[in-house]
Design a protein around this ligand. Structure first.
Ligand code: MLT
Length: 268
């Protein structure tokens, strides 16, 4: 498995397929393997890059809260190391927050944007307090209570048993310290609505109508923000739960391919 050394840490990533780079950032509290349908069957014409965020999967941990800017900076370092100037960039849920951070930090590196099961607003005071409670509980009791509380909300009732089992294994393998640091980091993320409203390139928003973690009106809001300018935005509202990439991989794959084509057409 390829790795990259950044500031004395090891960033593990997966690199599949060939063509235009599609960088995908994973959600919480998972690791890159949570994109298994995409990794097994990359979109046509795309090279898929999927890093494990600091402390997750096989990547070494950072120090303190995992800021969304930290995830974005590691992703940019990966693009630099592979001499990739611009990429299609996307993420699921927390990975979407990190995608918006990357767009804020380095808009010139983004050829197209893919946001799945995510939203642009910051946490309110109650949300921040809940993150801190989650972080403490996870540090004290391990990952199981967090997985027990989140798992029922991650997939729709109709999700296949094989998907449930594989996802559950990924969640339960997460290091409690990584989950705690990401919970604290998500609480510190800024409002990204203006960043999206300023973006003019092609984009894709996929949201599960049955998402029990990020309500579907937040996905619709993303599409509205991205449609304020002339840039192309495809909005797909699917009969899935939070993790549409796991429940509707073929629809996502086709949508990634259209995003790639729109990016290419916009540059020619
Ligand atoms: C995720 O799926 O990445 C998280 O549930 C996002 C969040 O807690 O805001």
């Amino acid at each position: 498995m390829p790795t990259l050394a950044i500031d004395g840490r090891t960033l593990h990533y997966q690199d599949r397929g060939a063509g235009d780079t599609l960088l995908l950032l994973h959600g919480f509290p998972m690791h890159g393997e949570s994109f298994w349908p995409q990794l097994d069957h990359p979109p046509q014409g795309a090279r898929l890059l999927v890093p494990d965020h600091r402390g997750f999967g096989e990547s070494s941990p950072g120090i303190g809260p995992l800021l969304m800017d930290d995830v974005a900076r590691d992703a940019l370092a990966l693009l630099d190391a592979l001499a990739i100037d611009r990429a299609l960039v996307g993420g699921v849920s927390m990975g979407g927050y990190a995608t918006m951070a990357l767009l804020r930090l380095a808009p010139e590196r983004v050829r197209g944007l893919a946001l799945i099961g995510t939203h642009a607003r910051p946490d309110d005071a109650a949300g921040k307090a809940k993150r801190e409670a989650t972080a403490r509980e996870t540090e004290e009791q391990g990952i199981e209570p967090l997985v027990r509380s989140m798992f029922p909300s991650m997939l729709s009732p109709g999700a296949p048993e094989a998907v449930r089992e594989r996802l559950s294994g990924i969640l339960l393998a997460t290091e409690p310290a990584a989950a705690a640091s990401a919970a604290r980091g998500m609480a510190l993320r800024p409002d990204s609505r203006a960043t999206l409203a300023d973006y003019r390139g092609p984009s894709l928003v996929v949201h599960g109508a049955l998402d029990a973690i990020v309500p579907v009106d937040r996905g619709r809001e993303l599409a509205q923000l991205l449609r304020q300018h002339d840039g192309h935005c495809e909005y797909q509202e699917l009969a899935t739960g939070h993790l549409a990439n796991l429940e509707a991989p073929e629809v996502c794959r086709a949508a990634f391919e259209r995003l790639r084509q729109h990016a290419e057409a916009g540059e020619s």
